[in-house]
Write a protein that binds this ligand. Sequence first.
Ligand SMILES: [Zn+2]
Length: 413
Amino acid sequence: MNIFTVIFLIALTISFSIQFWLARRQASYVAEHRSAVPEAFKDKVSLEAHQKAADYTIEKGKLSDIDSIISLIVLLGFTLGGGVNMAFEYWSSAVSLPLIAGVAASATIFLVMALVDIPTSLYQTFVIEEKYGFNKTTVKQYIKDHLLQLALAAAIGLPLLALILWVMDSVGSLWWLWAWLIILSFSLLLSWLFPTLIAPLFNKFTPMEEGSLKDRIQGLLARCGFNSQGIFIMDGSKRSGHGNAYFTGLGNNKRIVFFDTLVKSLDEEELEAVLAHELGHFKRKHVIKMLIASSIMSLISLAVLGWLINQPWFFTGLGVQQASNAAALLLFMLVSPAFTFFMQPVTAYFQRKFEFEADDFAASNAKAAKMISGLVKLYEENANTLTPDPLYSAFHYSHPPAAIRIAHLESKA
Ligand SMILES: [Zn+2]
């Protein structure tokens, strides 16, 4: 057996074993703590809501296990099973231009992956979300959303892929540096265009009405010295009962967005505190730090690919007989998650550190007590568990677990 096949299988086995072991721990920890509301939330969350969150967490966990098994089978089928090889052989004989054949073969693999995802996504939306009262989307809306996503992915992704393949074929051994610059500029352009061009394709954004809430928010923005292109309410309720707030865009094209569901469930001071938290991410430079970290990661990845592309064992080890730039790029995208999986706790650690810093910012620019009561409402309404397994949350959670986060805020109140 090719040595790279062995390395790939070992990485895959370890990463999936850890993932399943953590998922089992999470499910049993949540089940064990289902019978009583944790002490810190005794007078804030009802037992009924706590148990709903436990059941919801466990059901979503089961579905995500099934999803992981399906992805594993598909990944093995594409690589060692020869799926990628077949797609490239087919398109190379059907199309005479290698660049077009490479784009078509990659698109075929991505399309199959998108189709394989549909059953679990349907189950998630129309069975689990429905059962817990979160689903507001219709079958018609669901189909429309997915077709639109597919069309957008094709309209944006295929030309980008063609451009990168062209660079790989034309500029010599430093192609990966050029590819990196292209990907970086493309993602910056997309972030800049997202709020005004892409997001409105899926949702309606209405400028926030004049009134006490808007005055309060503008006061907060002025206090924090934050410039934005407006405050908007998004009709999130047409798809889901889950609520959120965020700001999007880059430079002077930033927008603040509240889900209509959030505006309905939090009071004005809670909304102010939640927004102050989001501004904290901006003011503490988390956005730019994340952007730099991910650019460095992608530069390293592309440099590694620049080396792998010249190693025949990289192709044969993953079931591809005919080496090509397009096949290398595709294989790399398919198998790198098995290796980057081990970075996940590090990323999650920094994300949680940033969450604490943003909470500190919210506590000093709005009321910590209101941040706490807003968070408790959000945990309750989104049925997020208050009792995650410590190891599972350390590995996966981008936010500190509820009890720790609220204790931290209480120390600032
Ligand atoms: Zn945050």
